[in-house]
Every structure is written in C-alpha cells, then in structure tokens.
Design a protein around this ligand. Structure first.
Ligand code: T46
Length: 141
C-alpha cells in the first residue's frame, strides 16, 4: 500500500513540525509533550547507511518513536498486524510517529541519508519483538 492512499491512524501518523524561515535558512524545532506525543528519553540516528541496506525488522512491546529523514530519504514499511503500508520519509520537518506493536522495516536509503529517531524510553533489548510470528500473535490479541 502506498503513502498516498493510506489511511493513517492513531498508531501511525505523520507529525508536522514548525519551520522558521529567513534569509539565513530554515530552523525547525520540536518539544517533547508538545510536538512529539511523549517525553523524549532517547535520541539516536542512522548515517553512513549503504543504499542497499535493510534495517529494522522488528516491533516494540512498549516503545513509541518518531522517525525523521534529516537529510535524504528512505522508505519505512509499516505493519500493524492487519494492514501494511509504505511511507517515504524525505523531509526534516515531517516525522513518522510509530506507536508500540507496529512492525517496521526500512530500506531504499538515498546516498548520504540521515535518519533521526526520538524515542519514549531508553534502549532495552527486552522491549523488541524480533520474531514476526511472535509480533503477530501479540498484535492480534
Ligand atoms: C527502530 C529503527 C528505526 C543500542 O545499543 N542503543 C540504541 O538506542 C539502539 C537504537 C540500538 N542499539 C544497538 C542494538 C544493536 O546491537 O545497536 C545495534 C543496532 O540496532 P538495530 O539492529 O536494532 O538497528 P535498526 O536500525 O535495525 O533499528 C533501530 C532501532 O533499534 C529500532 O527501534 O525502530 O532503528
């Protein structure tokens, strides 16, 4: 399913950030609890990603995240256990909010793409579903 004909919902949706533009360039900002629908506990970013790399391939038990393409573009394949959709991220002012229990895969990174992620919790490997069948069983409960 493509981005253009997808119905976004409370589990997965685009977040628009403010932009302050003047002759010196553009400035975008975000605040936890205001533009981002949770308190930001962790920030990480992906860079030097080979254009043929595939990342993700997991879901989270509790974690919520907002994903941005700060530079370049990439595709996020999103699956809530019932519906699959592809979302292309290509703007530093538009993020993708992903609630828990959503399977995500990432690919089609452009050369030099930078992906920044805001997360609602510190890193915890125990929060990951890395097995798709296990995720499906949890998502369909
Ligand atoms: C997600 C997508 C968008 C840490 O030690 N701390 C961290 O905060 C993170 C995110 C990862 N790691 C370690 C765990 C692994 O040993 O870094 C290694 C690579 O992590 P992973 O294979 O999970 O990376 P991605 O790019 O496949 O997935 C990441 C996030 O893990 C995930 O939550 O939604 O980015």
């Amino acid at each position: 399913m493509s981005q253009s004909n997808s119905q976004f919902d409370e589990n997965v949706r685009l977040v628009d950030l403010p932009v302050i533009s003047d002759p010196r360039g553009d400035l975008t900002f975000m605040e936890g609890g205001r533009h981002i629908p949770f308190d930001i506990q962790r920030v990480y970013y992906l860079y030097n990603v080979p254009v043929d790399a595939e990342r993700g391939g997991h879901a989270h038990r509790e974690l919520e995240q907002v994903v941005f393409a700060l530079s370049g573009s990439f595709r996020m394949k999103i699956d809530d256990g019932k519906t699959k959709r592809d979302v292309w991220l290509r703007s530093p002012k538009k993020g993708l909010y992903i609630r828990n229990l959503i399977w995500r895969e990432m690919d089609k990174f452009s050369q030099g793409a930078v992906c920044m992620v805001l997360a609602s919790q510190p890193y915890d490997e125990a929060d990951y579903y890395r097995d798709y069948e296990e995720f499906l069983a949890a998502a369909r409960k």
